[in-house]
Design a protein around this ligand. Sequence first.
Ligand SMILES: *Cc1c(COP(=O)(O)O)cnc(C)c1O
Length: 401
Amino acid sequence: MKRALTDLAIFGGPEAFLHTLYVGRPTTGDRERFFARLEWALNNNWLTNGGPLLREFEGRIADLASVRHCVATCNATIALQLVLRASDVSGEVIMPSMTFAATAHAVSWLGLEPVFCDVDAESGLLDPEHVASLVTPRTGAIIGVHLWGRPASVEKLEKIAADNQVKLFFDAAHALGCTADGRPIGGFGNAEVFSFHATKAVTSFEGGAIVTDDGLLAERIRTMHNFGIAPDKLVSDAGTNGKMSECAAAMGLTSLDAFAETRAHNRLNHALYSEELRDVRGISVHTFDPGEQNNYQYVIISVDSAAIDIDRDQLQAILRAEKVVAQPYFSPGCHQMQPYRTEPPLRLENTEQLSHRVLALPTGPAVSSEDIRRVCDIIRLAATNGELINARWDQRTRSGS
Ligand SMILES: *Cc1c(COP(=O)(O)O)cnc(C)c1O
């Protein structure tokens, strides 16, 4: 255990870990089962275009989300575009700035205009009052994000969308298996989108899915994601290629088989981080509503630099030197990124403050209790010695970047 500042790797001490710890190592499940599915797909000679594994995967995701329809896609970014396009959205799309860049890119790639909205200062979730104030005659849709798996204010957003007759979608990339007001995420708004990227709670290497109860919308999306080819085999829409392959579906099914275990492990990890860091001044672990289901995919801490003298970036560098790769999800907000910055700059106070404070810590089945205790020891040492760390900061011996 590290006790003195010189024990920290950034000041010349030995690294705490032999192997690097990451946020979101892939949860690939039972390898034999994956290979068996792949073998089956190869023998079946059906690699893509709505194969049996794909259909099974879509059925299981629809069940998990308690919705009638699921269209699996090559990734969530294309899925978001398909949803917007198939819903004939035009003009402006109101969305949080506090999200992954893909939410904004999906909008902007369709020639639509992202309108960035502020979030609640604590939860990081879209602020419904701010959303309502941004609605104009040009608003075509609202996209809510279930940030870190916590549900957006679904009811309030549904009311705003209905009152103004605009479409409502959710980027549910973080929220597979989570609930909002006790109802599974997936069934809110006009449609929701999941991601099965390698870093998400369930992975298909790359992949995404659109879930909805709207049968006509699902049918149009299914057509559009296969070059606009309708069930009668004629091209009826300007489509794209957004299909998920059998190989990806084989991985998706296998990862999904392991989801209950992944989630149980993540839940314990989150509880242990919370306990270990409970009494550390200036560090707070973001909590989950015990009345909701969550996947505990992200352990997010908030660093109060005024209380401990060092800021989030310094803590990230200190951890990095120990081979702990923590991620500033999401910093900066989209409105401060190069393609979306404006002059004069848009000010979103809560987003800017929160995005400077948050850090995602390593979790997932690959991260053990012992790992977590050691990570928390480092955080505790750093957080209780801020002033001394600053006095020494220029004598760093190991790069924290
Ligand atoms: C991962 C992620 C995406 C993009 O998903 P892909 O499947 O990689 O395209 C979109 N939004 C959020 C919030 C994400 O975390």
